[in-house]
Design a protein around this ligand. Structure first.
Ligand code: HEC
Length: 140
């Protein structure tokens, strides 16, 4: 059977539209119970950039490799907000202490809540679906 070019064109266009539509209606994150203030989180990103935390830390596995990845530090039961505040304020032998205002600190914490809500740094928790997209869930 020989397909007319116009049908090939229509089938490809329909597939393109269907696929684009299905991507746009898909929620960005499957995580529940993670609430954060969007405005504060985006200001917090500026704090993160201003103090150059990225030079030593990774988010979503990208960044400097001196310190640990901080994407999910907020939801880590052993770390969380208290550890973030303490680390930034006091530092350690390997991490310098920073003098942030209370407001900057709150914004930074909000930003790390947003990274936690939008991704996972642990590659073992990500799987690749049939469309080649990355999803959350245990890898097989
Ligand atoms: C000069 C490199 C460097 C910079 C810049 C830096 N850190 Fe760190 N950070 C480290 C290292 C190294 C550790 C691990 C320290 C240790 O365990 O003694 C660490 C640990 C941490 C931890 C604890 C994480 C965990 O899982 O134990 C947090 C939270 C943290 N840093 C936040 C920040 C924030 C926020 C900034 C920016 C304001 C920042 N760091 C900037 C090097 C850095």
């Amino acid at each position: 059977m020989k397909l007319k070019p116009i049908y090939v064109f229509l089938i490809l266009s329909a597939s393109f539209l269907w696929y684009s539509f299905s991507i746009y209606i898909k929620p960005l994150s499957t995580k529940e119970n993670t609430t954060f203030n969007k405005k504060m989180a985006s200001d917090g990103q500026l704090v993160w950039q201003y103090y150059n935390c990225q030079s030593c830390h990774q988010l979503y596995n990208l960044g400097g490799y001196l310190g640990p990845d901080l994407t999910n530090v907020i939801s880590n039961p052993d770390k969380g907000e208290k550890v973030i505040r303490a680390m930034v304020k006091s530092g350690t032998k390997q991490m310098p202490a920073f003098t942030l205002s209370d407001n900057e600190m709150d914004l930074l914490v909000e930003y790390l809540k947003s990274t936690d809500a939008s991704g996972s740094a642990d590659l073992r928790k990500l799987k690749i679906n049939n469309f080649g997209m990355i999803e959350e869930g245990e890898r097989k």
